[in-house]
Design a protein around this ligand. Structure first.
Ligand SMILES: O=C(O)CCC(=O)C(=O)O
Ligand SMILES: [Fe+2]
Length: 205
């Protein structure tokens, strides 16, 4: 299946969420959960993925389920299920939700992300992941500078705190970027959700 394969007719997509607010839930994960994930991410032998070429901006910056110890994966699946339930309630979603990603991400000095949307180009053409409906980012630490997330079209620069859950639909209405990290390392737990079961990653939601 390629990115261009259209979703079955009538399937709900990101467009149905336009108008929903950017969700900000402070203290969403517990301090114990945060410590466990951060401890794993900071361990000297943490399995940062190097399958992408060194020129790829994500090279060495993500840990995917296949490289996680079972205990870590179990915890992250539990948090993802809780996250999806929370978002479904706040966005009035009754359909089943699937997800294509569950990952830890590190952002080192100089790392940033230009303003983008998660399912389409800024001009509205589909991007490489057109099936995505919404995203969740859980912030895990505060020992870094820079790294502010910003939503230029919404005039939003939410205060990032450890344990914060942020979520937002994937369309260009929710264009967002990450300012460069200037010192320290920023750690996040990110997930992308879809209504298309063909795009599910096989881990629970
Ligand atoms: O880390 C963040 O604050 C946002 C990350 C993001 O937008 C993405 O991975 O698509
Ligand atoms: Fe994004």
């Amino acid at each position: 299946m390629s990115a261009a394969d259209p979703a079955p007719h009538g399937m709900r997509d990101a467009r149905s969420l336009v108008g929903q607010p950017v969700g900000l839930e402070y203290d969403f994960i517990t301090e114990g959960e945060r410590k466990q994930l951060l401890h794993f991410a900071r361990s000297p032998d943490a399995p940062w993925e190097t399958y992408l070429p060194p020129t790829n901006v994500w090279h060495g910056r993500m840990i995917n389920p296949r490289s996680m110890p079972p205990k870590t994966l179990k915890l992250m699946e539990k948090i993802r299920r809780r996250t999806a339930r929370h978002i479904a309630r706040h966005y009035s979603i009754e359909e089943p939700i699937y997800a294509d990603t569950l990952q830890l991400v590190r952002w080192r000095p100089g790392d940033d992300q230009v303003a983008h949307a998660d399912c389409e180009e800024p001009d509205g053409r589909p991007n490489q992941t057109p099936w995505r409906a919404f995203a969740s980012i859980i912030y895990l630490n505060e020992e870094y500078e820079g790294g502010q997330i910003y939503f230029p079209k919404l005039g939003l620069r939410p205060e990032l705190k450890p344990r914060l859950l942020a979520y937002f639909p994937s369309t260009a209405d929710y264009l967002h970027g990450v300012e460069p990290i200037t010192s320290g390392i920023r750690y996040t737990f990110s997930c992308f959700y879809t209504f298309d079961p063909r795009r599910r990653d096989g881990h629970s939601v």
